[in-house]
Design a binder for this molecule. Structure first.
Ligand SMILES: [Ca+2]
Length: 429
């Protein structure tokens, strides 16, 4: 993904045609470079022009470096011959690349991703593939509802895996420059995949940012975690749903998934409630109970007996409330957005016929646009509440700073950026 990471309350998308599609993690993988000693001498490199000077210049520079890293000349040519400039990274006409950014409230993101059709399809997929999901849950310890939820979120259960050529996509990202070393690492992982015979060159199909297959693995993630569940000798995350799902389960297990535990539990808060407890800090389950925090939809607030959790109010005091457990952070190794982990969690509930969230979103609240969030951040910084960079993204730093201001001002301290909060902060300058 780009250096843009989602804020907890607002989701920043670059544009409709190229939604943020972060990698399944950038895990601490081993260097995918094969330990090959090259024959002596420097081969000469010759490629047909891609028609894009910047891409050609980058390729001429990268090919010998990939060779020096141990990849064979044949494989380097296989990956780099015929690459084309991709407009999501490189301007290919006189029309500028659309980089319009807009903020989107988290409830719109949840509405879009936790749709009725996605839930009903998920239930069907679980019912049709019970044996597979049960076996994956037994093997990797990841509950099948969460596996189905990630599959549904990433590619609508394999229906939308993208149609970009992965080498062209990553080469364009590299040539664009801002994420050059990341993209080059991923390209070398593609070379490793071809060398291992896991896929043919023409099968390297990806989403717009290079993530591949039904569970959207970046190439380095594929090299480190992809699994041949079907036993046919290839890790076909594109066409074999069993390989893709096993690979995702293997990745989640390696990222620290805790078997049998929920990622979150929706709760109800008493009135009045001291919202300053929703500050990103964990509290013991006994503290939540003593404060009057109760489960929103029955059961108990800590069904797995984990012992502590963080209270999260994704839309402030007027919206639903959740206790976050460690698996929430494991989901975020797939995609660093809180909103993504929330949607995966809600889909996992929904495919088990547990409607969530039970609490209503504050759809009519006077939330802030990007310019107003920048004003809020600037004012908080001037007042000595460190909101971090003035970037128009109301992430945790901004919200914690606002909450500190609200506590000092004796206001309802939920850290949620509304016009009323902005007026109070600017009024204190
Ligand atoms: Ca296979």
């Amino acid at each position: 993904m780009n250096a843009l990471f989602f804020a907890s309350a607002f989701v920043l998308l670059s544009c409709q045609s190229t939604p943020e599609r972060p990698a399944p993690g950038q895990p601490p993988v081993t260097d995918p470079t094969p330990p090959v000693t090259q024959p002596p001498g420097n081969p000469t490199w010759s490629f047909d022009s891609s028609g894009h000077a910047q891409l050609d210049a980058w390729r001429a520079d990268f090919a010998p470096r990939a060779y020096a890293a141990g990849h064979s000349k044949d494989v380097i040519h296989s990956v780099l011959d015929g690459i084309e400039p991709m407009r999501q990274f490189l301007s290919v006409s006189s029309a500028p690349v659309d980089q319009a950014e807009f903020s989107k409230p988290i409830w719109d993101y949840v509405d879009d991703t936790v749709s009725a059709s996605r839930l009903s399809t998920g239930r069907q997929k679980l019912a049709n593939d019970t044996a597979l999901f049960d076996a994956l849950e037994r093997t990797y310890g990841v509950q099948k509802a969460y596996l189905a939820a990630i599959w549904g979120m990433e590619t609508s259960y394999g229906a939308v895996i993208g149609n970009f050529d992965a080498p062209s996509t990553l080469a364009s990202m590299a040539a664009e420059g801002r994420r050059q070393s990341f993209a080059e690492r991923e390209l070398m992982a593609l070379m490793t995949i071809l060398t291992a015979g896991d896929a043919y060159r023409h099968e390297l199909i990806a989403g717009w940012a290079g993530a591949m297959g039904q569970t959207q693995f970046m190439p380095t993630t594929y090299v480190a975690y992809a699994v041949d569940w079907t036993g046919d000798g290839t890790k076909d995350v594109w066409r074999a749903r069993a390989d893709a799902l096993a690979s995702a389960a293997n990745y989640l297990q390696a990222s620290g998934w805790r078997p049998g535990e929920p990622s979150l539990v929706e709760v109800s808060l008493p009135t009045p409630f001291n919202y300053s407890y929703a500050n990103g800090q964990k509290q013991p389950t006994s503290t939540w109970a003593a404060l009057g925090v109760t489960p929103a939809t029955g059961g108990v607030i800590d069904p797995a007996g984990i012992g502590q959790s963080e209270l999260w109010l994704p839309a402030g005091a007027a919206g639903p409330a959740f206790l976050l457990y460690p698996n929430f952070d494991v989901i975020k190794t797939y995609n660093r957005a809180d909103s993504y982990a929330l949607s995966v969690s809600l889909i996992a509930e929904g495919v088990q016929n547990r409607p969530a969230p039970a609490g209503a979103w504050p759809r009519d609240i006077d939330r802030l646009n990007i310019e107003e969030i920048k004003r809020l951040q600037s004012a908080l910084n001037q007042l000595g509440y460190s909101a971090g960079p003035v970037d128009g993204i109301a992430g945790r730093g901004t919200r914690n700073a606002l909450q500190s201001f609200q506590i000092a001002a004796g206001m309802l301290a939920d850290g949620f950026p509304t016009r009323r909060a902005l007026a109070a902060v600017e009024g204190a300058l």
